[in-house]
Design a protein. Structure first.
Length: 191
């Protein structure tokens, strides 16, 4: 992998904080951005499609790819459920002259920041409280009670890691969070 090929923008957050909403808002505003599709061993939710939202792999295929060193980073986020960033995906986007955008969990985001240093902008999206996160997760209607409880337990630990990121965007008012994300991104892309 050619580490000097391009820039990366990393959005990390606890599940339900609004990172995907911000990423989807920013992508059409900045033509040089392109979304890095993560790989996962979990099943698709709702209308998610393979090769568009995620590369959906079996747990066996995922593990085989980790052994073949095909991932920049990967993690067992929940028991038996893996997420990771394929090296080939990042290289594909850099070959197109794009700045790669990640919508990734907190540990994965920090791992990418460690690998790429100043080439990467790592932004932490934070909900105003755990209670708001819970409301958002329930409002999605895509997770079981058990999954919601698991996500909330993980969220408090993830929120403690926010200071390790380059920027923290508190998503208590969406329009303000969007404006803050645009400004932070513009400053990074111009540097």
């Amino acid at each position: 992998m050619n580490a000097s090929a391009g820039k990366l923008v990393i959005f990390s957050a606890p599940s339900g904080a609004g990172k995907s909403t911000l990423v989807h808002y920013l992508l059409p505003k900045f033509g040089e951005l392109s979304f890095s599709i993560s790989a996962t061993s979990r099943a698709p939710r709702g209308e998610e499609k393979h090769g568009q939202d995620y590369y959906f792999l079996s747990a066996e295929d995922f593990q085989k790819r980790t052994q073949n060193d095909e991932f920049l980073e990967w993690e067992e986020v929940y028991a038996g459920t893996y997420y990771g960033t394929l090296k080939s995906e990042v290289q594909r986007l850099w070959d197109e002259g794009k700045t790669v955008v990640f919508d990734i969990d907190v540990v994965g985001g920090l791992n990418l920041k460690k690998i790429f240093g100043p080439q990467a902008l790592a932004m932490f999206v934070q909900a105003p409280s755990i209670q708001v996160l819970e409301q958002r997760l329930r409002g999605r209607g895509t997770d079981s009670e058990e999954k919601i409880a698991e996500r909330l337990a993980k969220a408090s630990t993830e929120m403690e890691r926010a200071p390790e990121f380059d920027a923290i965007i508190i998503n208590d008012e969406l329009e303000r969070a969007k404006a803050e994300a645009v400004e932070t991104l513009e400053n990074f892309l111009r540097s």
